[in-house]
Write a protein that binds this ligand. Structure first.
Ligand code: ZN
Length: 130
């Protein structure tokens, strides 16, 4: 998850935006995966639903996170993945360009469905693997 990590020490205390692994709670540096779940829709009239977006190290962390997401959302939902670098580049682009600039695309209303449990309690521990 994108978080703001407090830092103390010289030259001054700071708040540092960072990607933190939702499986092992350590910083993701370089390669990582962004994972979320969506409800499969059968028609354009159906409201699209999505989980919050999570981040994980590649390997045991992302596999554990995906297994946890599947358990949280159940049948009718699928998980989607994106490389962290690709996701962050697209996020920065969309922070600087509005969807209205895209005359050909259609952007759908989205409902974020929170998981039933706190992920930091329920996700299997992948911290011993890296
Ligand atoms: Zn991790």
């Amino acid at each position: 998850m994108i978080e703001v990590v407090p830092r103390s020490g010289p030259p001054e205390a700071m708040n540092c935006p960072a990607v933190i692994c939702d499986a092992c709670r350590r910083q993701v540096v370089g390669k990582g995966n962004i994972i979320w779940a969506i409800k499969v829709v059968r028609s354009d009239e159906e409201t699209r639903q999505q989980s919050p977006v999570y981040a994980a190290h590649k390997g045991a962390c992302d596999r554990g996170l995906e297994a946890w997401l599947k358990k949280q959302y159940g049948p009718g939902w699928i998980t989607l993945w994106e490389e962290m670098g690709t996701y962050l580049r697209q996020l920065l682009h969309n922070a600087e360009h509005s969807f209205e600039e895209d005359a050909e695309g259609e952007y759908h209303r989205l409902v974020i469905k929170q998981p039933g449990n706190d992920p930091h309690i329920e996700i299997p521990d992948g911290s011993a693997t890296h």
